[in-house]
Ligand binder design. Structure first.
Ligand code: ITT
Length: 210
């Protein structure tokens, strides 16, 4: 079957977010709804095997996984890979964040950092999106610190131990919309939304000049 392409029809674009993490999807959806005109995008989560290569680079991991997912779904989609990079731990857990979260959790990171006075860390996200004939990667990063204690019960993952610079709150003490003012994910999805706008506008311009 011919893969789906963005055709200059002016119709709504349907884009799948390949993820098993509902929280990630909810955060992304809030950004996309805010950034894109109503009716331009249908955005849905989809669970497909996420084939992950071993790499230090989130963009490479996301792009490989997106290409693999596309070979199965054959419909415009994106994969997002994120990680927490702690300076005192030389960037650990980074691309291994998912595994480390499962094995150690936020309290395990706090234990590893008991004697570290340098608390600086950042979250990074890479989104790989495939909308034939395009393949694009968008990144986002937020700097902050690892707290001394677990704080807050919202969000997911390492949110209760990460405080974005200058906020005095952990991500787990913020609503989705507040987290989206700062987060790595929201920055990357905003870039994606800007690009989608030009893509959609280009399609409709093409149609009206026909
Ligand atoms: P998918 O791969 O199915 O999308 P995942 O949860 O495995 O979901 P990632 O591999 O991208 O997602 O993320 C790795 C881990 O990093 C994730 O399990 C969380 O523990 C952590 N993480 C990522 N983004 C986070 C965020 O915004 N806040 C807190 N922790 C986050």
């Amino acid at each position: 079957m011919e893969p789906n392409r963005v055709r200059p029809t002016g119709k709504t674009l349907t884009l799948y977010f390949v993820t098993g993490n509902r929280n990630k999807y909810e955060e992304a959806r809030e950004v996309m709804e805010r950034e894109l005109p109503p009716g331009t995008l249908e955005f849905h989560p989809i669970e497909v095997e996420k084939l992950e290569i071993q790499s230090e680079r989130l963009d490479k991991i996301a792009l490989f996984a997106a290409r693999h997912a596309y070979s199965i779904v054959r419909h415009p989609l994106l994969v997002e890979d994120s990680g927490l990079f702690v300076k005192a731990l030389r960037g650990f857990p980074g691309p291994y964040s998912s595994y480390v979260f499962e094995k150690l959790g936020p309290s395990g990171i706090l234990r590893l950092m008991e004697n570290s006075s340098d608390r600086s860390a950042y979250f990074e996200t890479a989104i790989a999106v495939i909308i034939p004939p395009y393949e694009k990667v968008f990144k986002g990063r937020v700097e902050g610190i690892i707290t001394r204690q677990i704080r807050g019960n919202k969000g997911f993952g390492f949110d209760p131990i990460f405080e974005p610079s200058g906020t005095g709150k952990t991500f787990a003490e913020m609503s989705i919309s507040e987290k989206n003012l700062y987060s790595h994910r929201s920055q990357a999805f905003k870039k994606l939304a800007q690009w989608l706008k030009t893509l959609i506008q280009g399609s409709t311009r093409h149609m009206s000049s026909k």
